[in-house]
Structures are given as structure tokens and as C-alpha cells.
Design a protein around this ligand. Structure first.
Ligand SMILES: Cc1cc2nc3c(=O)[nH]c(=O)nc-3n(C[C@H](O)[C@H](O)[C@H](O)COP(=O)(O)OP(=O)(O)OC[C@H]3O[C@@H](n4cnc5c(N)ncnc54)[C@H](O)[C@@H]3O)c2cc1C
Length: 539
């Protein structure tokens, strides 16, 4: 059996960070095991290629959830990256840290070391913000963050002006001193190519002699001696292999697979383990519970001026933009479709924004909900205005079906099961209409063709939300961090309660969802975890 100091399970957003930071000291022997394969694929690196990778089985787990009773009893499609870089290789690249209050809440819940002031140094050290470092931004980190304001569609200016007309501030940097306001989204790209965590953290160090990366290897369980993790078992080429970790095993398999692996290894709610015929190593009732996600709703409008639909729909447009991208790495194919947006409050008595806004100068309204076939937009000029909730009060869960590690776990998101989530989205969609009716917007967009003027009363709007709201792909909190072992899975050092030699460091540890897209906060978790682990071996 091969022996390593550290074994990292999953080369996603956080796993790549840990592989880099832990192997920096050549005396640490590090193994990174990833279920997916190489990320050397054109559609990963071309930013808008995520319309394609969204359904690409070779690099995507392509999960389907159970129906959500309060969201039209619909199942949801959950793409998750199964490739070097994990979901950072297939995401929409919008770069948002979250609201400082989110992290202060994490800390106030008893997680010492996790306040915004304590995490700011990690947010700074991870990024290379195109406009340089300052009190809030980092200028020298591995992850390039681009300011693409001057490349965005001209209608983004109308969106921002519309927001200002409604009294929201223009915010030139939603990752700076304040998150609130409307502005342009920053994206994780560099010179027109996706900046995944593989590209930022892993690829540059893959030749380190003390770092081994094994791909196409699905970890099936963690190995234990009593309550001490001593290694892992994985399936590669249909053969089972075992490797040992003399110091620690770190799960970075993401919010779906980290709780799945814990349960397969005998750590989880007794009832779930018994039903799946898994011998109980440690009863940890919250493994897989507290599942939270952001849910979005889109409204579509025709446009009096050409939009990306006109550039990307016709064959000659695709050819032209494709050639432009290949020759210059610029144009719409080098960007995300989520170009502008913001964080706003729909009620005055709120302390922080409850709604995230999106403006995309493109529409793909005739696809079934949740599809992202960006290279097949509608055949007329149109745009999309979207909202998602900043927090989720609904709680779902993830649990294994049986003891077969290669079978997908059961995912029950329970979307909209809390009335406050419905209320936030209701106020959010009303706000979209107000934005569309401002002077700045109504001179360029008209004719709301989804959901359309017949959807008017609160009851109709709510019905539409329940029938059409869709995940914005931010599952989190299924191995929640916190003090009480009966209510949480890891402690504030990310060690699994009741177990030695096992940590979790990915989006599953969030005590509560952050406001906005969660890749940045997940990378921050990877950075912070690496310090916690390295400090422990010093002492
Ligand atoms: C379509 C889409 C769009 C998104 N858009 C945005 C956006 O615009 N901005 C943003 O901030 N966030 C976005 N996100 C969310 C963000 O990318 C993820 O939340 C983040 O990448 C999660 O990081 P992670 O480290 O927790 O997990 P992941 O990055 O998913 O990594 C987990 C890794 O572990 C591997 N793995 C899992 N199980 C095993 C196993 N048993 N053995 C070995 N390996 C295993 C997986 O294959 C994967 O590589 C999006 C996500 C998706 C799917």
C-alpha cells in the first residue's frame, strides 16, 4: 500500500488549492485523487463553452434531484464538475465573495477565526484582481479575476442606469468595501480563457515531485483504525486500490459527494447508515442535512437593439465570433453571459441585501427550464433579467441509497419549502418588472414574453415561481461547520467531530450559504484549510 502524508479527495475548487499549498513544502508527500479526467478541453477553456459542458457526461456528474413538493413537484438537474478543477471548470465564472455579514454570522455562531476581518487576508491572497491590489483586493494571487466592464454589451449600461433610477447605488466593485448596489460582474478568466482552480492552482505545480495526482479514480470510502482515518480506498479501471495517509485525509469532494463519502465510510445519521447496510463507525446526525441552494427566476424581454442573440444565433454569427475568439480571445465567447447585476434589498427593514440581480444580453427562453444552450439563443433580439435569493431558509438533504459507492446519492433539495424564500423571490420578480419599466430600460426593451403580462396577481406570480424557479448551482452546508457535534459535522478547524485525521474543506462546510455565487468563498475555505493543517503539523 503506498503511503502519503496527506490525501486530498477531489480536485475541485478547494481541492486544487490544498494540493498546491500543502505540497509547497517538499517534505510533505501529497496525493490528490480525482474521479474525473483531464481538463485539457476547448469548451472548458473558452469561457462561453459552459453552455456545452453543462450536459457533457464525460466531465460532469449530471445529477437529478428528487422532486421538490413546494416547487411544482419538479426534479432539478444538477450539473457538477467531474474533471480537474471540479465545478470551477464548468461554472459561469461570476466572481462574488459574498457579503461581509455572512462571514461575521459564521463567526458569531461560534466558529472562531471565520469573521470577515479574519478571512479578508485569504480572499486577498488567493486573487490577482486585474485592477491591482488595495485594502480589499489582492493583486498577486494565483487566481486571475478580470474586470471586463469595457467589453460588455452596451445594454449593461441601461441595466445599471435602471437600477440607479430605482435608487440603488452604482457599485464599481462588488468585491470591495461594500457588496450592495448594481454594477458589472467580475469573472474568473485571464486573457479570454477560463481561470479554473486547476489552471490557477494545480497545473502550475503538477510537476512537483512530492505531489501525485491520480485521475479517473473514484474514492469509495475512507479507511479507519478505530476512530482514526488512515487512508482511502478508490476504484480505478474497475479495480479497488488502497492508499495510506500518515497525517490526514481531507475530503474536498463538494457538497454532494463529501457527505456521500462520509456516509459510505460509516459516519452519518444512524437511520441512513442502517438502511444502506453500512456498519456504523460514528453516529453524526447532520451529515448530509442542512442542504441549502440559491434559486433563480428569469424574466425575458424583447429588445429594440441587437443583442447577443443576433450575434450568436445565425451560422455566420457563430463563425464570425468563433474566428474572433480564436484569433483575439475577445468578444462574447470570452465572457460569461451574466454580465451585470447586483445585490439589493427589497424591504427597508433588512440589514443586508436579500436579492441578487442578473442581467444577460441574451435569451434562450424556448429551452426547457435550466437548460443553458448558449450557442442556440432565441431567433429575435431579446434579453434576460433574473433574480435569485441571497439566503435560503429551505433545507434539504443528501443521503446514500445503499452501500454501492458508485451509485448517485439521493438529493432532496426541498426548494421553496420555507415561505420566506417564496416571499423573497416574489418581491424580487416584482423588482424585475420595475426595472424593465424605468425610463432607461423601457427605451430599449419591451414586450415581456415570459412569464408575460397575463401573470399579474401575487398568486399568479407565485405559481410561476413554483413552476419555473431553477437552481443557480450553489449547493452547500451538507457537512456544516459548528461547535455542537450533534448539530454540525466539522469543528472550526474543519476536523470531523468525533474522528481523528479527517477534515472536510469545500462548500459543504459553509455554516450557512453566502450571499451570491459561491466559488470564491469555497476557494477561500481551501486557503484557510491549508493554513489550519500546516499550523497543526508545526505544533
Ligand atoms: C453550471 C454551474 C455554474 C456555476 N456558476 C458559478 C458562478 O458563476 N460563480 C460561482 O461563484 N460559482 C458558480 N458555481 C458554483 C461553484 O462553481 C461551486 O460551488 C464550486 O466550484 C464548488 O467547489 P467544491 O470544491 O465544493 O466542489 P467541486 O468544485 O464540485 O469539486 C469536487 C471535486 O471532487 C470530485 N469528486 C467527487 N466525488 C469524488 C470521489 N468519490 N472520488 C474522487 N473525486 C471525487 C469531483 O469530480 C470534483 O472534481 C456554478 C456551478 C455550476 C455547476
Amino acid at each position: 500500500m503506498s503511503n502519503y502524508d496527506f490525501i486530498i479527495v477531489g480536485a475541485g475548487s478547494a481541492g486544487c488549492v490544498l494540493a498546491n499549498r500543502l505540497s509547497k513544502d517538499s517534505s510533505n508527500k501529497v496525493l490528490l485523487v480525482e474521479a474525473g479526467g483531464t481538463d485539457r478541453r476547448f469548451y472548458i477553456h473558452m469561457p462561453i463553452g459552459y453552455g456545452k459542458t453543462y450536459h457533457q457526461k464525460s466531465i460532469n456528474w449530471m445529477y437529478t434531484t428528487e422532486p421538490s413538493p413546494d416547487a411544482g413537484n419538479r426534479r432539478s438537474y444538477w450539473p457538477r464538475g467531474k474533471v480537474l478543477g471540479g465545478s470551477s471548470s464548468i461554472n459561469a465564472m461570476v466572481y462574488v465573495r459574498g457579503n461581509r455579514k455572512d462571514f461575521d454570522n459564521w463567526s458569531a455562531a461560534g466558529n472562531s477565526g471565520w469573521s470577515y476581518a479574519e478571512l479578508l487576508p485569504y480572499f486577498k491572497r488567493m486573487e490577482s484582481w486585474q485592477n491591482g491590489g488595495n485594502d480589499y483586493r489582492g493583486g498577486e494571487g494565483p487566481l486571475n479575476v478580470s474586470d471586463v466592464s469595457n467589453q460588455l454589451h452596451p445594454l449593461c449600461k441601461n441595466f445599471i442606469a435602471a437600477g440607479q433610477e430605482l435608487g440603488f447605488n452604482f457599485n464599481p466593485d462588488m468585491n470591495g468595501a461594500e457588496q450592495e448596489g448594481v454594477g458589472n460582474y467580475q469573472i474568473t478568466t485571464h486573457l479570454g480563457r477560463r481561470m479554473s482552480c486547476s489552471r490557477a492552482y494545480l497545473r502550475p505545480v503538477m510537476n512537483r515531485k512530492n505531489l501525485t495526482v491520480i485521475t479517473k479514480a473514484q474514492v469509495t470510502r475512507v479507511l479507519f483504525e478505530d476512530n482514526q482515518a488512515i487512508g482511502i480506498e478508490f476504484n480505478k479501471n474497475k479495480k479497488i486500490h488502497q492508499v495510506k495517509a500518515s497525517r490526514e485525509v481531507i475530503l474536498t469532494a463538494g457538497a454532494v459527494n463529501s457527505p456521500q463519502l462520509l456516509q459510505l465510510s460509516g459516519i452519518g445519521p444512524e437511520s441512513v447508515l442502517k438502511e444502506a447496510n453500512i456498519p456504523i463507525l460514528h453516529h453524526s446526525p447532520e451529515v448530509g442535512r442542512n442542504l441549502q441552494d440559491h434559486l433563480g427566476v428569469s424574466y425575458f424581454y424583447k429588445s429594440k437593439v441587437p443583442t447577443l442573440n443576433d450575434q450568436l444565433r445565425p451560422w455566420w454569427g457563430k463563425l464570425l465570433q468563433g474566428a474572433r475568439y480564436i484569433l483575439t480571445r475577445t468578444g462574447p465567447l470570452s465572457l460569461s453571459v451574466n454580465q451585470s447585476g447586483g445585490f439589493v434589498r427589497t424591504r427597508d427593514n433588512l440589514k443586508t441585501p436579500n436579492i441578487q440581480l442578473y442581467f444577460s444580453p441574451v435569451s434562450y427562453s424556448h429551452e426547457s427550464p435550466g437548460r443553458r444552450v448558449m450557442l442556440k439563443p432565441d431567433s429575435f433580439s431579446a434579453v434576460l433579467l433574473g433574480v435569485s435569493n441571497c439566503k435560503s431558509n429551505s433545507r434539504g438533504q443528501i443521503r446514500i441509497k445503499n452501500n454501492n459507492p458508485l451509485e448517485s446519492p439521493i438529493i432532496e433539495p426541498n426548494y421553496l419549502s420555507h415561505q420566506d424564500d417564496v416571499q423573497d423571490l416574489l418581491e424580487g420578480v416584482k423588482l424585475l418588472r420595475k426595472l424593465a419599466q424605468t425610463k432607461s430600460f423601457s427605451k430599449v426593451i419591451y414586450d415581456e414574453f415570459r412569464p408575460g403580462p397575463n401573470c399579474k396577481s401575487d398568486a399568479e406570480l407565485i405559481e410561476d415561481i413554483k413552476e419555473n424557479a431553477w437552481t443557480v448551482f450553489h449547493p452547500s452546508s451538507t457537512c456544516r461547520m459548528g461547535l455542537d457535534p450533534l448539530k454540525n459535522v466539522v469543528d472550526s478547524s474543519l476536523k470531523v467531530h468525533g474522528i481523528k485525521g479527517l477534515r472536510i474543506a469545500d462548500a459543504s462546510i459553509f455554516p450557512e450559504l453566502v450571499s451570491g455565487n459561491i466559488n470564491a468563498a469555497t476557494i477561500m475555505v481551501g486557503e484557510k484549510a491549508s493554513d489550519l493543517i500546516l499550523e497543526d503539523i508545526k505544533s
